[in-house]
Write a protein that binds this ligand. Structure first.
Ligand SMILES: C[S@@+](CC[C@H](N)C(=O)[O-])C[C@H]1O[C@@H](n2cnc3c(N)ncnc32)[C@H](O)[C@@H]1O
Length: 377
C-alpha cells in the first residue's frame, strides 16, 4: 500500500539560504516537527550519501528512524529514503524561486507498508498525523524566514482537509449544494457573475474541449455548453460520487450528449493532451496537490489554451477577526486558513508563459488565468 502527503509554504527569502537551512542537520531539531533527538552517521553531515538516525515523535508514538540522502541538487532539491520499523519511506524537499526574495518550499513524504499493517482506517490516521507534522514544520520555516502570505497566520487547528475528508464532507452536502451555495448571494457574493467571468476568461471557441476540475454538481456546465456548443466536449472531474450523481442528473435532464464525468482525485487525473481549456471553480485549493495538478494541466493544454481558476483566497487587508469569521462561514465547504496559503496564480506564473490574477469580493476571492504558449512546451 502506498500513501503520501505533499505540502508547500511560501517564505520571504531567496531559494539557496532556505534550502541550506532546511537540509542542515544542525537545524533539524529547530524546524522538523516531531524530531526528538538524532545524530549524523556519516562523515559528511549534508549532501549526497549523508545519513541520519533519529527519533520521531508522531502523536503518541516514539519511532526510531534511519534515513539517507539519495539524490542531491544542491541549492534546490534533496531526496531522502529511509525506514521506520517495517515501513519504508521516501521524502523530498525542494525549493522554488517564486519572485525576488521569495521562495516556495515543498515537502513530500511517501511510504509503503503491507496492507495488513495499518489497514485503510489506520493508513488514513497516519496520513493525517504526518500531514500535521509536515504543516507544523513548514510553519516553523515560515517563522524562521518570515511568511510570504497575509497577516492572518494559520494555527495548527486550521489545518487543511485531506482529500478523504473533503469527499466525506461533500458526500453529505451534495443534495443541498446548489441551493446552499446560492445563499452566499445574501452576503453580496456574486457567484453567478463570477462563474460567467471565469468561463469568459477561458475564451473557448465552438467545438473546443474543456476539462473542469472539481466540477461538483455541474453548476458551470450550462455556461460551458453555451461556449463550446454541441460539437465541443466537456470533461468533468470530481472526487465525490454524490456530487457527480447530481451532475449526472443535470446532464440527463438537459440532454447534453457531450459531457463526460470522471470520478477521481484530480491529483491522479490524466489530462488528455491538447485540451483547449481547463477550469476549476471553488475546488482546486481544496487539494494539497494543486501545484502539481496545475503543472500537469498546463502541459496538456493546446497552444494558446487557457487554465482558469476561480476560488477563495486570504484577503490581505481584512482584520484577522473578520478573516476568521468568513472562514468559519465557509468551513462546511472545506475552506480553512491552512488552505489559504495555496496560490494557484503563482503556479501559473511558473508553468505558463502568460498569466494574470484579479481579486474579487474585496480580496477574498480571485480569478486567475494562465495561457499556454503558441507551441506546446
Ligand atoms: C465547492 S465545490 C465546487 C463545485 C463546482 N466547481 C462549483 O463551482 O459549484 C468543490 C468540489 O471540489 C471537489 N474536490 C475537492 N477536492 C478534489 C480533488 N482533490 N479532486 C477532485 N475533486 C475535488 C469536491 O468533491 C467538490 O465537488
Amino acid at each position: 500500500m502506498i500513501s503520501h502527503v505533499e505540502r508547500s509554504a511560501d517564505v520571504t527569502a531567496d531559494q539557496r539560504p532556505v534550502f541550506e537551512y532546511a537540509t542542515d542537520p544542525a537545524r533539524f531539531a529547530d524546524y522538523v516537527a516531531g524530531y526528538a533527538s538524532g545524530r549524523v552517521t556519516t562523515s559528511a553531515g549534508t549532501g549526497p550519501g549523508a545519513s541520519y538516525e533519529w527519533v520521531a515523535e508522531l502523536g503518541p508514538l516514539r519511532l526510531p528512524v534511519v534515513e539517507r540522502v539519495v539524490t542531491w541538487d544542491g541549492g534546490r532539491r534533496a531526496d531522502y529514503e529511509g525506514r521506520v520499523g517495517p515501513v519504508h519511506f521516501g521524502s523530498s524537499l525542494w525549493v522554488d524561486d517564486v519572485g525576488p526574495g521569495r521562495s516556495r518550499v515543498h515537502v513530500r513524504i511517501e511510504w509503503t507498508h503491507p496492507p495488513w499493517l495499518l489497514g485503510r482506517v489506520g493508513d488514513g490516521l497516519v496520513r493525517r498525523l504526518v500531514a500535521t507534522e509536515v504543516e507544523r514544520s513548514l510553519a516553523r520555516l515560515e517563522r524562521a524566514f518570515g511568511p510570504a502570505s497575509s497577516r492572518t497566520e494559520p494555527r495548527s487547528g486550521d489545518r487543511a482537509f485531506e482529500p478523504d475528508e473533503v469527499a466525506r464532507l461533500y458526500g453529505k452536502r451534495a443534495a443541498r449544494y446548489d441551493f446552499e451555495s446560492r445563499l452566499y448571494r445574501l452576503i453580496g457574493f456574486r457567484i453567478d457573475r463570477y462563474r460567467q467571468m471565469a468561463v469568459d476568461a477561458l475564451a473557448l471557441q465552438p467545438g473546443a474541449t474543456v476539462v473542469e476540475i472539481g466540477c461538483g454538481t455541474g453548476a458551470n456546465f450550462p455556461l460551458l455548453e453555451r461556449a463550446v456548443g454541441r460539437a465541443g466536449r466537456i470533461i468533468g472531474v470530481d472526487l465525490t460520487e454524490a456530487m457527480l450523481e447530481q451532475a449526472r442528473r443535470r446532464v440527463l435532464l438537459e440532454g447534453w450528449p457531450n459531457v463526460e464525468l470522471v470520478r477521481t482525485d484530480a491529483a491522479s487525473f490524466g489530462f488528455p493532451s491538447g485540451v483547449n481549456g481547463i477550469l476549476s471553480t471553488f475546488a482546486l485549493t481544496l487539494s494539497p496537490e494543486f501545484d502539481a495538478i496545475i503543472a500537469r494541466g498546463a502541459r496538456a493544454l493546446a497552444p494558446g489554451g487557457r487554465w482558469v481558476v476561480l476560488d477563495m483566497k486570504m484577503p490581505d487587508d481584512w482584520p484577522p477577526w473578520l478573516v476568521r469569521a468568513a472562514v468559519a462561514l465557509a468551513r462546511p465547504y472545506g475552506v480553512t486558513l491552512g488552505a489559504g496559503v495555496r496560490h494557484p496564480w503563482d503556479s501559473f506564473s511558473r508553468c505558463l508563459p502568460r498569466s494574470w490574477m484579479r481579486e474579487l469580493y474585496l480580496g477574498a476571492a480571485f480569478l486567475a488565468v494562465g495561457v499556454a504558449g503558441q507551441r506546446p512546451s
